[in-house]
Design a protein around this ligand. Sequence first.
Ligand code: THU
Length: 160
Amino acid sequence: MKEVKIESILQVFDSYNALPKDVQSLMSHAVKVREKAYAPYSKFKVGAAILLDNDEVITGSNQENASYPSGLCAERTAIYYAGANFPDAKILKIALTASSENKVTDKPIPPCGACRQAIAEYEIKQDHHIEIYFMGATGKVAKSNSLVNLLPFLFDSSVL
Ligand code: THU
C-alpha cells in the first residue's frame, strides 16, 4: 500500500477591488447577471461570466424549477451556452458570485461538484487551463488557475 497525496493550490484576493482590472470587469458581468437569477425556491442567486479567447463574454444565472432537479446552476447555464454557440472558442476565465436572501455570503463560494465536472470537460477538450475566480456577494475572492485544483482526481473520457 502507498499513500497518494493530491495538492490543490488557490490564490486569495482580499476583495473585488484587489482583482486585476480585466477580472474585475468579468466579475462585474457575473454580479449583474446574478441579479437576474430565477431562484424562487432557494433564494440563492448565482452569476457566472465566461471570457472566451474571441473576447466574447458569456453570462448565465441559476434557473430553478418547481421540480427541483430540473433546474440548472449558473455555471452550466453559461458554459453550455458558450459550447453551443462558440464551439471552437477557448474558455480563458470564469468569474462566479453568489448571494443569498437567507444569509450573508461574504466568503468565496466555489462551484458545485456537477459544475466542476462540466467545466473539466471543456478544459480537457480545449487543452488549455481555465482560470476560475469565485466569491460570495462581498469579501475575499478565490482563484484557481485550473479546474484541476477544484476537482483533483477527476473522471474523464480516458477511462471509457
Ligand atoms: N447553484 C449554482 O448556480 N451554482 C453552484 O455551483 C451551486 C448551486 C444554484 C443551484 C440552485 O439554484 C441554488 O444555487 C441553490 O443550490
